[in-house]
Design a binder for this molecule. Structure first.
Ligand code: GCO
Length: 485
């Protein structure tokens, strides 16, 4: 791995600050029909023609299932404090309920042992969208209330089996994508396009979160274990004061639909008002909110960019469409593409100031809850090259993104935000859902033909970050002119 590109910065993090990298089961594992794994809704969706770019599936992905030892050694070479990954529910419980697959549990138990042997703390997500297909068939997936209770049992099984060693648990990753992209816009599995279904799924994800927190509290035994949820709480900014209501509307249906129940125990009245065209929320039963609102040890926040919002010009209230767009009532909202911003390979705006302000604002809103950035990173096209005989990817754009966002986290800390960690998305190039394998987020390149792993310059940066516990500057000058892209 190349390391003469990096100089240690002066922005240092507290000794307890958690630095790591992140992945998700369906995006990296492969082994889709091995080890007793059952089908997930993403197996079904990705195998449905037209649903993913080029018909990409997670059948092989980065083949982590057969590269665990190598990947563990790579993580150790980076000096990670923590590795965030998800457990594939259908690998542990092939039908999502009843039968437990011992081979599936053993896979994760061995992974966790391998991490701990290398001094790396396991940060485990129970649900990163790969719901067992059997529960979609039997209960309508997250549209069905029964799925919330099946999730509770799954949490109990995994908590009992792995709860002596896991450091941080997250019940869900980005329930917004799980519900609105999965049942509202049709962009993600299982491909539903009905707003009431999306809101019903959102509620059952809230309910299941509370049930799973209770199940984990009953079963985990590691004394310092922490329980959380990872939310892509959007950083929402109105373009002008006249756009304030559009920003409020987006914040209600994209953020507060989850933070309300999970962090405050309520659904806000404006959310009900904004969505009354689509549902009467009759699926919220007495006691659900009390269950959803469980004490948490920290909140995971996934950040990529700022959502600049304005009122959609010419919108006529009452003409909202039923389904098809990303979320209910979004027809009144427009996302502004700020021309002055540099952009990632997925055309996301690069705005580290947004992360700094977001962390400060969230910390002020939830002063009792430590915040961990559980995902931050960028997709850029990569090319494998050789420098001094060493295979690498000179991904200066990704490294610069990480430098600027880690510095933003440091500034938020300096402003008093209670931030306890920064986890990079992603350890490996992986299956980027409907976008397939084009977008590469990894700090380690994966050749999808040979499955060869190649650490990028950004991996060197992460190693320097973990080693020095300061934000390394990118010493581009160290690159010979011929090596600079
Ligand atoms: C998400 C998911 C990840 C994505 C990553 C890049 O935040 O959407 O947690 O699975 O791959 O964020 O889109």
């Amino acid at each position: 791995m190349l390391d003469h590109f990096i100089e240690t910065g002066t922005l240092s993090f507290p000794p307890s600050f958690v630095l790591g990298a992140s992945t998700a089961a369906y995006q990296i594992e492969g082994g889709a029909r091995e080890g007793g794994r059952g089908a997930s809704i993403w197996d079904t969706f990705s195998h449905t023609p037209g649903k993913t770019e080029g018909g990409a599936t997670g059948d092989v992905a980065a083949d982590h299932y057969h590269h665990v030892e190598e990947d563990l050694e790579l993580m150790a070479s980076l000096g990670l404090d923590a590795y965030r990954f998800s457990i594939s529910w259908p690998r542990v419980m092939p039908t999502g309920e009843d039968e437990v697959n011992p081979e599936g549990l053993a896979f994760y138990s061995n992974l966790i042992d391998g991490l701990l042997q290398r001094g790396i703390q396991p940060v485990v997500t129970l649900n990163h969208w790969d719901l067992p297909q059997a529960l979609e068939d039997k209960y309508g997936g997250w549209r069905g209330r029964e799925t919330a209770f099946a999730f509770e049992k799954y949490a109990e099984v995994v908590g009992a089996a792995l709860g002596d060693r896991v450091a941080i648990w997250s019940t869900h990753n980005e329930p917004w994508n799980n519900s609105f992209s999965g049942y509202g816009s049709g962009a993600f599995a299982p491909g539903g396009t009905n707003h009431e279904d999306a809101l019903k799924a959102a509620h059952h994800l809230n309910l299941s979160h509370g049930l799973a927190v209770q199940a984990l509290r009953r079963t985990i035994s590691r004394a310092d274990a922490q329980v959380s949820v990872a939310l892509n709480i959007f950083r929402v900014e109105a373009e002008t004061p006249a756009d304030a209501d559009a920003a409020r509307r987006f914040d209600a249906v994209a953020n507060r639909v989850f933070t309300g129940p999970m962090l405050r125990g309520v659904y806000d009245q404006d959310l009900f008002e904004d969505t009354k065209l689509f549902t009467d929320w009759g699926f919220v039963l007495p006691g659900d909110l009390e269950i959803a609102h469980q004490p948490l040890d920290l909140i995971g926040v996934n950040y990529y960019e700022v959502m600049h919002i304005r009122q959609a010009p010419g919108f006529v209230p009452g003409t909202e469409e039923l389904g098809g767009s990303a979320f209910p009532g979004s027809e009144q909202v427009e996302f502004v593409r700020r021309g002055e911003l540099e952009r990632t390979g997925m055309d996301w705006g690069i705005e580290p100031r947004g992360l700094e302000d977001h962390l400060v604002a969230l910390s002020e809103e939830y002063p009792h809850l430590p915040i961990m950035v559980m995902e931050n990173g960028a997709a850029f096209p990569d090319e494998v090259t050789e420098v001094d005989g060493v295979r690498t990817v000179i991904d200066l754009d990704r490294t610069a993104y990480l430098v600027s966002h880690a510095a933003a986290v440091h500034r938020a800390l300096a402003r008093g935000a209670n931030v306890v960690g920064y986890i990079v998305w992603s350890l490996l190039d992986n299956f980027e859902w409907a976008a397939g394998y084009g977008p590469r987020f990894g700090i380690i390149h994966v050749d999808y033909d040979t499955l060869e792993r190649t650490p990028k310059v950004s991996a060197s940066w992460v190693r320097e970050l973990c080693d020095s516990r300061a934000v390394p500057e990118l010493a581009v000058g160290a690159l010979a002119p011929t090596q600079q892209q």
